[in-house]
Write a protein that binds this ligand. Sequence first.
Ligand code: NAD
Ligand code: UFG
Length: 335
Amino acid sequence: MKKTLLITGGIGYIGSHGVVAFETAWYETVIVDNLCNSSIQTLYGMEAILGYRPKFYEGDIRNTELLTQIFESHTFDGVIHFAGLKAVGESCEQPLLYHDNNVKGSLELFKCMQRYQVKKIVFSSSATVYHPGNLIPFTEESRVGGTTNPYGTTKLILEQMLEDLALHAGFQVMNLRYFNPVGAHESGKIWENPQGIPNNLLPYILKVWGGELPQVSVFGDDYDTIDGTGVRDYIDVVDLIAGHVRAYERMDDSRWKFTSYNLGVGRGISVLEMISLVEKVVGKKIPYIITERRRGDIGEVYCSPEKARGELGWKSETSIETSLKNSWNYYVANS
Ligand code: NAD
Ligand code: UFG
């Protein structure tokens, strides 16, 4: 019999790829999402890929009544928890919004899981939990803490909460620290659908390509990096999600309690290198200007993905060019 998974944030960028991958890997998924940073069109995109519409509840994970209704209606084997707000800059402007949405929302979810004895969870954590003073590449042994923005703090708090639940309440937790997801499902039917002006680099660049925005603002060129601009580890979203399926399957063995994995490529790309890579894919110059550093940003981040390779048998396989091409295909088809 198929196992049923609750997918929080399943209409979002990464979550929608998660729904498609878990359904394809023979799980039944049930989505809860309040659409605060996504569009219902993504549900129809998933339907077009799968040939049927996944189950979807529109609503907020802070709504205990809704969560209770969902847990009463289904027997879950586990939860893949993507729901959360993720904009670093916005979190500096509205820290309480981030603590309320991410921490309180997750707490309500964990309480409901405990009440219904659903104890397996894959959690979307982030590279931002690592202390900025660490040497790169970051490994899972690198120091965490000293977060430079409230978004990162919420992820760190949730990691600690989940570790407590694993140690003292029988939870099994796969804590996945994403680096910078890019790319899209090859169908061109699902991708990022952020409301308003995008915060992340690639969606912003593509909107400049499409003429929706005049130019890319490059946030600082005085970092200690190859060309002075910010360096990140860009990981294809389909590869990233394959890591979730591997991680979930590992929890069939109840000895897995709480484990953290870096999901990244292990290579850094600067903002200017990214602009130039996109220019090659789209065959057009992308205008940009250099501006001030963005609040809460750090210079260079990339990971060692060796632990995931060794223990999950997972590694990234898609080239950055293919990721960018898939994102562009989506953008062209949907704008
Ligand atoms: P996204 O904004 O596209 O998706 C998140 C989804 O969660 C959205 O559909 C949103 O509507 C929903 N959501 C948010 N708060 C909710 C709430 N209280 N109740 C119900 N639904 C809610 O973001 P994404 O890029 O798909 O990110 C998914 C997860 O991965 C997030 O937890 C994010 O913090 C984490 N993450 C993302 C990145 C990245 O660069 N995209 C990097 C590291 C970690
Ligand atoms: N950048 C620009 N201009 C833009 C947008 C971004 O120069 O318009 C730069 C940033 O300064 C940074 C790089 O591009 O150097 C990547 O920025 P993103 O906003 O795309 O990504 P971040 O690394 O800031 O953060 C992302 C997610 C977080 C996640 C983190 C993990 O947004 O949720 O990756 O590393 F935690």
